[in-house]
Design a protein. Sequence first.
Length: 248
Amino acid sequence: MAVSATPLEALPPAEGCSAGAPQPATAAGAAGRANEPAAGTRQRTLRRPPGQAQWVMWGMRRGPDGALYVSCNAPYASEAQGYSNLPPELGRGFVARLAINDRGELRGHMRRFTKGSLLSRPSGLCFDDAGDLYVTHMGGQVVRFAGPHRGPAAGQPLGVFIDCLQERHRLSPDPQAQRPCPMDIAFCEGMFFLTSHTCEGEGETSHGRLTVWDRRGGLLATHALGGAWRHPNGLAVFCWSGDLKAPG
């Protein structure tokens, strides 16, 4: 997936990746199916406007409003600068919103959701049970944003939720020399689950962590990951109710 690289200041809450012409809302949609395409709408694929660069996309999550939320950053990789490092231009990341229906069909244009310039190569994202958005980024933080339920305030930054660079969290033996990078985050039953690893330099060992946090950003548990798990990225948490029964 790619979004046209319009300067971020010019990306209104709404420009970017074209998914075909937006479809007008129908009476049925206004009655509670606003995320459904108009009758007869065919599935459309994202396309890049000619002559424009692409945004690089790292993570996605379906929001409480049924839309797809995608973390994006301007491309910056080169022979001398890889995506495992911080972007040379900080604060150019954001989360975009794309309306989809229950069949995964796209509707309308991808629109910038988050405001401000706090994110540098964002990746993981999740929503809590109140509907607010949490985003990890290579600046070593998890940032909280007002969710789509907050009306005109939606997308506004609400502050740093977790600062992974604080030595007391022990996400790295030396946070200054080996900067911990939060990669993905999930919310389940009142807790946040976070994967992180140190940004590797040549010849260095990555220190992987799976950590659990409370609603106020307090660290509850740390699991050091070694071997094949020392460089964790994606994360999925399964919540269930009742007894967990063995198969068979």
